[in-house]
Design a binder for this molecule. Structure first.
Ligand code: TXA
Ligand code: MG
Length: 353
C-alpha cells in the first residue's frame, strides 16, 4: 500500500507535511515534488531507508543519490572544506535546480554517495520539498522517483505508474515546473566540469562564475564517451519502451531533418510498423499527410516548454503502442543542451543530418 497525500504546491497543507515527515523519520520512503521532477526521499542518516530507495527504484548500488537540504545551515552537516566558488553559486542559484559536487562530510553514510568521497547537494525551490525537509529536520537523499532507466516523473501519476506499492507514500502537488532534473556541476575540478546539463542553462552559471565550464562528451549525451565521472551517466536512462530514433539537425538545417524523418517514417510504414513522430510546433504540419501518430513536444522558440514536456512526451509515446518513435533534435544552446542530453540517452539510434 502506498499512501497518496494531495496538497497545494504553493502553500502546502501542514498536516500533510507532518504526516509525510513522520513516515520519513520512522524509516519510510516518500515521493515528493521538487521544482524539477518528483524525488524519492529517505533520511540520509537511516541506512536501511536509503537502501529501500535503491531497491524500490531497482537502482544499481554504485549510483549515488543527491542530498537535498532546506537551509544553508544544513550544508555543514553534509559537506566539508567548501571551496570559495561554491558560495558564489549558492548565493545566486539556491534554492533552485543546481546540484553541486562537494567534499563529503564523514557524517554521511557511504550508501548515500555510493562510496565516493564527494557528495552531490542541492536546495530545491519548491515549497513542498523545503517544508518537508524542514519538518523532518535533517537532509533528505532523493533520486528521481522513477524506476531505474525510465523517464523521470513530472507528475504524481508518473510516480504511481512506476512505484505504486513499492514505496510508503507519495505527496501529490501536481505537475513540476521545469520537467527536467537539476544541472550538476563539479566545482572541485579546474575548470569546473558539467556532469549533467539540467534546468539551469550552463551559460547562466558560467556568467555568474566568471569562467568557462568544461562540458565533457558524456554531458552532451554521447554514450561512447561515458566514464564513471558521474556514476549515473554510465547507465541507460530516460528510455521509453518504444525504440526511439533521434534525427539530429547538427548543421541547423531543419529542412534536411524533416525530409530525413519523412523518408524514415515511410520506410518503417512500408514494413508494417506503427510509427510515431515527435515533432516541434514549427515542423509538425510537415508530417500530417503521413499515416503516423504525431506528438508535439513544444515550440523551438521556447526551449523551456520543450524541456518541460520532454519526459511527459516520452511516457505518452509508450501509451500509443507504436513499434517505433522518431524524434526531432534541437540546437544545443541553453536548455537545448539539456534536451539533447536526455534525447540521446533515450534513443537507440542517432542519425545526424
Ligand atoms: O532535479 C534533480 O536533481 C532530481 C530531484 C529529485 O532533485 N534528482 C535527480 O536524482 O535527478 P537522480 O538520482 O535521478 O540523478 C542524480 C545524478 C545521478 O546521475 C548520480 O550519478 C549523480 O547525480 N550523482 C549523485 N551523487 C553524485 C556524486 N557524489 N558524484 C557524482 N555524481 C553524483
Ligand atoms: Mg534519475
Amino acid at each position: 500500500m502506498t499512501l497518496i497525500l494531495k496538497t497545494n504546491p504553493t502553500s502546502p497543507d501542514p498536516d500533510i507535511l507532518r504526516c509525510a515527515a513522520e513516515i520519513l523519520r520512522r524509516g519510510g520512503i516518500v515521493a515528493f515534488p521538487t521544482e524539477t521532477v518528483y524525488g524519492l526521499g529517505a533520511v540520509i542518516y537511516n541506512e536501511d531507508a536509503v537502501r529501500k530507495v535503491y531497491v524500490a527504484k531497482m537502482r544499481p548500488p554504485d549510483n549515488p543519490l543527491i542530498v537535498h537540504i532546506s537551509r544553508e545551515s544544513m550544508l555543514e552537516e553534509v559537506a566539508i572544506n567548501m571551496p570559495e566558488k561554491a558560495y558564489k553559486l549558492i548565493n545566486k542559484f539556491w534554492p533552485g535546480p543546481l546540484t553541486l559536487i562537494l567534499p563529503r562530510s564523514p557524517n554521511i553514510p557511504k550508501i548515500v554517495t555510493g562510496g565516493l568521497d564527494v557528495v552531490a547537494v542541492r536546495m530545491p525551490a519548491h515549497p513542498v520539498a523545503l517544508g518537508l525537509i524542514d519538518e523532518v529536520g535533517s537532509p533528505i537523499a532523493a533520486p528521481s522517483a522513477n524506476l531505474a532507466g525510465r523517464p523521470s516523473p513530472t507528475t504524481a501519476e508518473h510516480v504511481i505508474r512506476d512505484l505504486y506499492g513499492r514505496i510508503d507514500a507519495i505527496i501529490d502537488a501536481g505537475e513540476t515546473l521545469y520537467g527536467v532534473e537539476s544541472t550538476i556541476l563539479n566545482i572541485l575540478t579546474d575548470p569546473p566540469t558539467l556532469l549533467r546539463p539540467g534546468a539551469y542553462p550552463v551559460e547562466e552559471i558560467e556568467r555568474v562564475l566568471g569562467e568557462s565550464i568544461y562540458i565533457p562528451p558524456f554531458a552532451r549525451g554521447f554514450a561512447e564517451a561515458e566514464r564513471a565521472l558521474a556514476p549515473g551517466m554510465k547507465y541507460r536512462h530516460y528510455a521509453p519502451e518504444t525504440p526511439l530514433l533521434l534525427v539530429e539537425p547538427r548543421s541547423g538545417d531543419l529542412e534536411a531533418m524533416v525530409s530525413t524523418i519523412r523518408s524514415l517514417a515511410i520506410k518503417h510504414l512500408g514494413v508494417g510498423e506503427k510509427v510515431c513522430i515527435v515533432a516541434s510546433a514549427e515542423t509538425v504540419d510537415r508530417y500530417r499527410d503521413l499515416p503516423v501518430e504525431l506528438l508535439v513536444i513544444g515550440s523551438r522558440r521556447n526551449m523551456f516548454e520543450v524541456a518541460k514536456n520532454l519526459f511527459k512526451t516520452l511516457r505518452r509515446l509508450d501509451d500509443l503502442n507504436c513499434t517505433i518513435g522518431i524524434v526531432e533534435g534541437f540546437e544545443e544552446r541553453g536548455l537545448g543542451l539539456t534536451v539533447m542530453n536526455r534525447l540521446r540517452k533515450a534513443s537507440k539510434t542517432k542519425i545526424p543530418v
